[in-house]
Design a protein around this ligand. Structure first.
Ligand code: SF4
Length: 689
């Protein structure tokens, strides 16, 4: 018995799913996961976890895990050894660089992978291959929020911590469904709401769990958030409810901003948003009466053609009312993946070196060049949206993607897949053989989070360590090791023996991470950036200064971008998002039997009114068609949605049901984030249930 017991191992890890960043211990015996044990020391979650963090781990032992490198031969692949695969990748990349220049290759890094891995991927692109063509999937979700924050407050991160949200007396949730997408964070808000210490205001198209509990639930027309936010801000100023002391001492640009709001009248807002005058006034009054307001938002705001501007309007409203730079207040874009924040922090972006330092700044480049020992490309590279277009134009010849099923998660999937089919050379590095891998020339088997060490940075800028729970399965390897071996075949001489050495180098170059060391992150210890050299971290940003040149927040006038409209043929609006049980494209959670049995298929939600009008019953198979593609899916009739608004979760076990066969290439003008939330479709019933 003693022998048996000694083989049981407990290892601290950080959840691989959402941006809340729950941490806990995993009990294992060999490769068997015995249980997930919460720990009161876990900074983001305490003893809470959601269904995914608690039960969603069996995918790591799935029989479909990639076990060996695969190399294309005609229409199929053969299993190869690492040397053959990496030699091939290196020689083809070198050849394409020689023939077409470094900018003919694009790199996609992963917000599912560690900070250290993101750092190495952008270093490979920039320092080894000589291109700034590097991006990650935060462009699909949170880049517009980052833009709004940077314009106004200066730094692209949530202004406070998860715990601090419960200190607000009004929490506003816009275009986000935390109960399903960020469950543990939502539990904290719900508990405080139940205790009666805070009020809850929800703006959404869908009556989700938090909307059901809200003190006020508002349902503006799709794509009109900027209008009601601006009209409410104007009304607050017209009433003289703005925070004058704050505006005088801590913000710039109030007069010009107030003038820019002139046309955002209540009448105009009523007409465009469909909300009543009384509702708009109630929103303004709730904000006025609260002493501390937090605003939480997510993809319902950012994934529009005006996503950056709406995010900015949120920051403007917080500034006008003095609800930032104090405890219990602030701006909280809720990051989706576990390491969306970290992928951006570590420079997986075409215009920014690690730490959001512009590649165009000669002084910044000089610091990196000194440490990396090589001259760096000077102008911003292509983002992931531009990469797809450049492949279609014949200018981008090769891509290297890791930890991202871009063929399904980028918008307008048919258009993206047609691009991948045109590539001269394509490398995909992942845990499973994804849809994207179908287009690859070489597929490299990577390890999931439980098989590697490193750090993740969650939505509240909290940096946490993960430890190896068990060694990589079969021939798979942690991404950082694969990237390093490839870099060395391409002429680098990297000698990192452990991710700690990568972090040491990165921290020396990223002021926000200056004081980050693995020692300071031991076990359940964590740090929230900026971290000073002495290890002092920053739970709440801007308590004294904003990160603008003169230390003051900047009010930033914005205008509304009209969303795509429905027409006679495509007469229904298709909203989309997550469901609690599954994560994103479902490649992990649909491989967890317990979860898969609970929610085995995806479905489209249809309102009662529409169901009646079109004869749709729960269980019917319906065909959704947009100008860009088709999806067949079962219908569920529900009062969570209303009128001609449908809702399709993005999580599906079946590639053909992916919502991105319906989405378009329209995007936010500033960040190129796809307008995933602006889809019009038609619906036909194919088969009664
Ligand atoms: Fe994981 Fe997010 Fe659930 Fe926490 S809330 S257990 S981080 S999926």
């Amino acid at each position: 018995a003693a022998m048996r017991k000694s083989r049981i191992k407990r290892t601290k890890t950080v959840c691989t799913y959402c941006g809340v960043g729950c941490s806990f211990e995993i009990w294992t015996k060999d490769r068997h996961i015995l249980k997930v044990e919460p720990n009161t020391d876990a900074p983001a979650n305490g003893i809470s976890t959601c269904v995914k963090g608690k039960f969603g781990w069996d995918f790591v032992n799935d029989r479909e895990r990639l076990r060996k490198p695969l190399i294309r031969r005609g229409d199929s692949f053969y299993e190869a050894e690492w040397d053959e695969a990496l030699d091939l990748v290196a020689s083809r990349m070198r050849e394409i660089k020689t023939n077409h220049g470094p900018d003919a290759i694009g790199y996609i890094s992963s917000s599912k992978c560690t900070n250290e891995e993101n750092y190495l991927m952008q270093k490979l692109a920039r320092a080894v291959m000589g291109t700034n063509n590097i991006d990650n999937c935060s462009r699909y979700c949170q880049t517009p929020a980052t833009e709004g924050l940077k314009r106004t407050f200066g730094l692209g991160g949530d202004t406070g911590g998860i715990e601090d949200i419960a200190n607000a007396d009004l929490v506003i949730v816009i275009g986000a469904n935390p109960a399903e997408s960020h469950p543990v964070l939502s539990t904290r808000v719900r508990r405080a709401h139940k205790r009666g210490t805070l009020k809850l205001l929800v703006a959404d198209l869908r009556k989700h769990d938090l909307a059901e509990r809200a003190d006020l639930f508002i349902h503006p027309r799709p794509g009109t958030d900027l209008i009601w936010l601006s009209a409410v801000t104007k009304y607050i100023i017209d009433q003289g409810w703005q925070d004058n002391a704050f505006l005088q001492t801590r913000a710039n640009g109030f007069v010009a901003y107030a003038e820019s709001l002139a046309h955002f009248t209540l009448e105009d807002a009523v007409e465009k948003t469909g909300l009543s005058r009384e509702t708009l006034k109630s929103v303004a009054t709730m904000i006025h009466e609260a002493k501390r307001v937090c605003i939480l938002w997510a993809m319902g705001v950012t994934q529009h053609m005006g996503g950056s501007d709406t995010s900015t309007a949120i920051c403007n409203l917080l500034t006008v009312t003095g609800n930032v730079g104090r405890k219990g207040t602030g701006a909280y874009p809720l990051r989706g993946h576990n390491n969306v924040q970290g992928a951006g922090d570590f420079g997986a972006a075409p215009g920014l070196l690690p730490g959001y330092q512009p590649v165009s700044d000669a002084k910044v480049r000089e610091r990196f060049e000194k440490v990396w020992g090589t001259p760096l490309p000077q102008s911003a590279g292509l983002d992931n949206h531009q990469m797809v277009e450049k492949i279609h134009e014949g200018k981008l010849k090769a891509m290297y993607i890791f930890g991202e099923d871009m063929a399904l998660v980028d918008a307008n999937a048919n258009h993206v897949q047609a691009a991948f089919a045109k590539l001269d050379f394509f490398v995909v590095q992942d845990v499973f053989f994804s849809k994207t891998a179908e287009f690859a020339d070489v597929v490299l088997p990577a390890s999931p989070s439980l098989e590697k060490e490193g750090t993740f940075t969650n939505t509240e800028r909290r940096i946490q360590r993960l430890y190896e729970v068990f060694p990589p399965l079969a021939d798979s390897q942690p991404d950082w090791k694969i990237i390093m071996q490839l870099a060395n075949r391409l002429g680098a001489n990297w000698t990192y023996r452990h991710p700690e050495e990568i972090m040491r180098e990165a921290a020396s170059l990223i002021p926000l991470y200056a004081g980050v060391t693995y020692e300071r992150l031991e076990g359940f210890k964590s740090l929230q950036w900026p971290v000073q050299e002495d290890g002092m971290d920053t739970p709440v940003l801007y308590l004294e200064r904003f990160a603008q040149p003169d230390g003051k927040a900047q009010l930033y006038p914005v205008e509304w971008t009209k969303p795509l409209e429905l027409d006679a043929e495509y007469d229904l609006h298709l909203n989309n998002g997550r469901m609690l049980e599954h994560f994103h494209e479902g490649n992990m959670t649909y491989r967890v039997p317990g979860i898969e049995q609970k929610v085995p298929v995806t479905y489209v939600e249809v309102s009662k009114e529409l169901a009646e009008a079109r004869g749709v019953k729960t269980g019917a198979l319906v065909l959704l068609t947009s100008p860009y593609g088709k999806v067949k899916v079962r219908a569920v009739v529900t009062d969570r949605v209303t009128g001609n608004e449908l809702y399709l979760p993005m999580n599906t076990p079946n590639d053909e049901e992916a919502v991105n066969y319906l989405t378009s290439s329209y995007h936010d003008a500033i960040t190129h984030t796809p307008a995933y939330k602006e889809i019009s479709v038609k619906l036909e019933v194919l088969e009664e249930f």
